[in-house]
Design a protein around this ligand. Structure first.
Ligand SMILES: NC(=O)c1ccc[n+]([C@@H]2O[C@H](COP(=O)([O-])OP(=O)(O)OC[C@H]3O[C@@H](n4cnc5c(N)ncnc54)[C@H](O)[C@@H]3O)[C@@H](O)[C@H]2O)c1
Length: 245
């Protein structure tokens, strides 16, 4: 049967790369993002997707996430793999970080992960023989602290907590894992979101380069495939050696 995939944060960066990877595998893909659909949907269709569904969604909005689940159920009849990529970053010294900054990061990164994960786990069937897959994009910062990024770091530690708990709760019919990328060359690492100082410091890792979004897309495809059958509750790095948990 053609696999049915839902990807959030799908119009840019890691999410767009995941969309391309799953589309090229010949899946039916639903792409959800807070931004307006852009060329990612066409690109996914050209890459070989059997069907492409585009959905507007703010992942921190419970109603919007519920509507995404309903739309996917109506169009695809269910979902086999969910890759949750939507997220934001915020860099500022703690004493210049407002409660509103903290709330925004937690709302999108942690509450959004809770809402998307809960919706996904409510929809996915799966069995021990053919488990469904929930893949959350956390971060290598789920494993360590970083000065001037504390709300982001806390949100990603929280995502790993959700993944580890859900992996136990839904075994063996759904495999729940996190990808914990190191620095990946997307807008998130650009000047609008990260200081030049931190961008340079990000390269002080064993492989001394930024990862490519497509490298995360390939990893997501692996975790969703037969090679990923014995993974659950894991934080899987593709991180250039930035962290060795
Ligand atoms: N780029 C990196 O170095 C890196 C490293 C580790 C983890 N990550 C994580 O990977 C994920 C993807 O990041 P990226 O680098 O591709 O960033 P990006 O900014 O290029 O893309 C993020 C996407 O998420 C969407 N989005 C943002 N807020 C949303 C919301 N409220 N609802 C729905 N969609 C929303 C954006 O519109 C965008 O399409 C994030 O969770 C990020 O924390 C990124």
């Amino acid at each position: 049967m053609t696999r049915r995939i839902l990807i959030t944060g799908a119009y840019r960066g890691i999410g767009a790369a995941c969309a391309m990877a799953f589309a090229a595998s010949g899946a039916r893909v639903a792409l959800a993002d807070i931004r307006k659909p852009d060329e990612s949907a066409d690109a996914a269709a050209r890459a070989g997707a059997v069907e492409v569904l585009t959905l507007a969604c703010d992942v921190s909005d419970e109603n919007a996430v519920t509507l995404v689940g309903e739309a996917v159920l109506k169009k695809f009849g269910g979902v086999d793999v969910v890759v949750h990529c939507a997220g934001i970053i915020h860099e500022a010294p703690l004493l210049e970080t407002s409660i509103a900054d903290f709330d925004r990061v937690i709302a999108i990164n942690l509450r959004g992960s809770f809402l998307v994960g809960k919706m996904a786990l409510g929809l996915m069937e799966g069995s021990a023989e053919a488990p469904a897959r929930l893949i959350m994009i956390a971060s290598d910062m789920a494993y360590y602290g970083r000065e001037t990024f504390s709300p982001y770091v806390a949100s990603k530690h929280g995502v790993l907590g959700l993944v580890r708990s859900w992996a136990k709760e839904f075994a063996p019919r759904v495999l729940v894992n996190a990808i914990c990328p190191g620095p990946i060359d997307t807008e998130m690492l650009g000047a609008a979101h990260m200081s030049a100082e931190w961008r340079a410091r990000e390269l002080a890792i064993p492989l001394a380069r930024f990862g490519k979004p497509g490298e995360i897309g390939e990893l997501a495809l692996f975790l969703a495939g037969s090679g990923g059958r014995y993974f659950t509750g894991q934080g899987v790095g593709s991180n250039g050696g930035s962290v060795m948990p």
